[in-house]
Design a protein around this ligand. Structure first.
Ligand SMILES: O=C([O-])C(=O)C[C@H](O)[C@@H](O)C(=O)[O-]
Length: 308
């Protein structure tokens, strides 16, 4: 039994900073369960609203079915009480359904539905894909609007009308017109979270269009900074947000933009920078070069003491 009904879960998630923990790997690229436990204990000790396991930053796209179960189960067993654990499902419809059922069986409180792989589809096709997943589980499901899964406002509204366990919309695109339409068609029936790569960059403008929270990947390695940033956003303290963008987030993006896929790799590099190595990323991602890691260490050193 999950700890929260879908409605309770949405209510908790909409008002706190959210994050996507990395999945630590050993030098052979195998899941390092002990390191995952240590990381999740540390992360859930902060005032975090919910943790999304095996998401993008958690390299869910590189995990096998069994590894998905292992990391989700580990998170459920490790994360402190009061912090919801959200599992993930992706791939084709049959895989997404199986992953959703597996996440629920592993004790996840909710589910993030990632885009299907490779192919484009019509809104009717997306509707059928999402509906199959919503029917397969009773836990709250959040749609991830990104890549080849861009949901029209009407598609979301039709799904929300018949499926009470559809609770949220996570945006990874930043199309303000689409967001205005989705918000307009669904109002408070759903909660909305910003999830563009390095979500801090867009957090303040997205708040204005009703995205009450966002998922911070950098929370993985600079949790205090990420929480302070979130408080500044919620207080709509423009000056404080701008200062933090200038001093840390934008120079961080300069390093992130040196390589495709670095939006994830740089998070593991950030953990290395604070003395909490979570191992390498798995192919097809690549780790930062030594020179890039050095630049990041210097930047992170200014906001987070090593080993804190
Ligand atoms: O799938 C993912 O890992 C995300 O998109 C969440 C990240 O936390 C993203 O919002 C970011 O990079 O801040």
């Amino acid at each position: 039994m999950p700890d929260y009904t879908p409605v309770e879960l949405a209510d908790i998630l909409k008002d706190g900073l959210l994050s996507f923990p990395v999945t630590p790997f050993d030098t052979d690229h195998q899941v390092d369960r002990a390191a995952l436990v240590e990381h999740l204990e540390w992360q859930s000790g902060f005032d975090i609203g919910g943790l999304f396991i095996a998401g993008g930053t958690g390299e869910g796209f590189s995990l096998s079915f069994d590894e998905h179960r292992l990391v989700t189960r580990t998170a459920v067993e490790t994360v402190r009480d009061g912090v919801p654990v959200i599992g993930s499902a992706g791939g084709n419809t049959a895989q997404a359904v199986a992953l959703a059922q597996q996440a629920e069986a592993a004790g996840a409180d909710g589910l993030l539905l990632l885009p299907p792989y490779l192919t484009e589809s019509t809104q009717e096709g997306l509707y059928a894909h999402v509906e199959a997943v919503l029917r397969a589980t009773d836990i709250g499901v959040i749609l991830y609007n990104r890549a080849n899964a861009i949901y029209a406002a009407d598609t979301v509204a039709r799904l929300a009308e018949v499926h009470p366990n559809l609770i949220g919309f996570k945006d990874g695109v930043g199309d303000f017109e689409q967001l205005a339409r989705v918000r307009s068609a669904n109002g408070d029936r759903l909660f909305y979270l910003g999830g563009l790569p390095t979500a801090e960059t867009f957090a303040l403008p997205l708040l204005q269009v009703g995205m009450s929270t966002y998922s911070s990947a950098m929370f993985n390695f600079v949790p205090e900074f990420a929480l302070e940033f979130y408080r500044d956003v919620r207080a709509q303290d423009r000056e404080a947000v701008q200062r933090k963008l200038t001093d840390f987030v934008l120079p961080y993006l300069d390093i992130r933009d040196r390589g495709k896929g670095y939006g994830v790799s740089i998070v593991k590099a950030g953990l290395r920078a604070v003395g909490r190595d979570a191992g390498p990323v798995r192919p097809p991602l690549r780790d930062l070069s030594e020179e890039e890691q050095g630049r990041l260490n210097a930047l992170v050193g200014a906001v987070a003491p090593v080993g804190a």
